[in-house]
Write a protein that binds this ligand. Structure first.
Ligand code: SAH
Length: 346
């Protein structure tokens, strides 16, 4: 296993069969070896800086029906909300004061936000905070729509590909959604000039080492500036209510692999990782992550953005908990910085 990790460290991508044997056969010692390598990469490109992103969950209305997600259209029990422009601007104002220089607007695919409304919101944030990055995470759109948002001032876009394998993609999404379109969106976003983020859930139903190898190879080919991965966590009002959560160990191992594959990538220790383990975020950083995304949504709506059960939203993952998060990261030798934290190409 060490030879494979060494090969990755030398900036050589592994072949599918090598990735599969690594994912199936790694021991805890292999994982520690990988994390040491991943941290050395982090040290050389980023030092001990951790970038923060203020996450504003703008709507939990969604016209998609992804089987894993708690805010899918068919969940009639979800209490729906959406934020208007003034509420979103208020979130940014609070965030700016706390030291955030990136705002991430994430939500379900909600047609209430017409292109006109979105352009107005993006342009208003751009005008009020010229020194901040604006990240969108609102799902699949056309090239023209992505271009309009970009021209209005959006800089980055997060769109996890969820699964690079068409068969697996089809098992976790209803008919009508396709990996072809998802990939088309990602290539469009990159072409337009967004710093683009792909990613997937670890341990989603029916996932295998073979599928994960395809995810890694797709990411290598796409070369995104950001990658987000986190464990799958079931939601009791979803068709996947009875599936167990993804494992902490495998998620951390994949973070380490991704760090070696894409040394400069911006990669969060996700809320889902913090949800399955109280030390999840720190462990993520020690495995190769370098971003955290505290929640900046209005407190009253936070529990409603319930994409999986027991999603944490009031402790260190909340924007108001930034000081205690900073203290926790300090204990492991890292420091939160006030910075846009853009991707730096070679
Ligand atoms: N509608 C947007 C944002 C989705 S929410 C989009 O389609 O991109 C952000 C991410 O949460 C999703 O991409 C998915 O990978 C993750 N997610 C959804 N349900 C989840 C679950 N049950 N467990 C863990 N992660 C989940």
């Amino acid at each position: 296993m060490r030879e494979l990790i060494d090969k990755l460290s030398k900036d050589k991508m592994l072949e599918s069969r090598e990735l599969i044997s690594l994912l199936k056969g790694f021991t805890q010692e292999d994982a520690q070896y990988l994390f040491t390598r991943a941290r050395a990469v982090i040290d050389s490109f980023f030092g001990r800086k951790i970038y923060i992103r203020g996450l504003v969950e703008i709507t939990n209305y969604c016209n998609r029906d992804c089987y894993y997600c708690g805010i899918r259209r068919s969940n009639l029990k979800a209490e729906r909300y959406r934020l208007g422009k003034e509420e979103i601007m208020q979130c940014c104002e609070n965030g700016y004061e706390l030291g955030f220089r990136t705002f991430v607007l994430q939500g379900g695919e909600d047609l209430w936000y017409t292109d006109e409304k979105l352009v107005d919101i993006i342009a208003s944030i751009r005008k009020a905070y010229p020194d901040c990055a604006i990240t969108l995470s609102i799902g699949e759109r056309t090239y023209e729509q992505y271009l309009r948002y970009f021209n209005a001032g959006a800089d980055r876009y997060l769109l996890r590909h969820e699964s690079a394998n068409a068969e697996h993609y089809g098992k976790i999404h209803p008919a009508g959604l396709s990996i072809e379109n998802r990939k088309r969106c990602l290539y469009d976003l990159k072409k337009i000039g967004y710093q683009t983020g792909a990613g997937f859930m670890v341990g989603s139903p029916y996932q295998s080492a073979e599928y994960l190898a395809e995810d890694l190879l797709f990411i290598k080919e796409l070369e995104p500036q950001m990658v987000g991965i986190g464990p799958f966590i079931s939601h009791k009002q979803s068709p996947f209510a009875n599936f167990s959560s993804g494992s902490l160990e495998l998620t951390l191992f994949l973070i380490g692999i991704l760090r070696l594959m894409l040394p400069r990538v911006l990669m969060p220790a996700t809320t889902a990782l913090g949800t399955i383990n109280p030390q999840g975020r720190e462990l993520g950083i020690l495995a190769g992550a370098n971003v955290v995304m505290p929640n900046l949504s209005p407190i009253g709506v936070r529990s409603k953005y319930s994409i999986y059960d027991d999603k944490i939203c009031t402790g260190e993952e909340a924007a108001e908990g930034l000081i205690s998060l900073q203290n926790r990261l300090k204990k492991i030798g890292y420091d939160i910085v006030v910075d846009r934290g853009d991707f730096e190409p070679e």
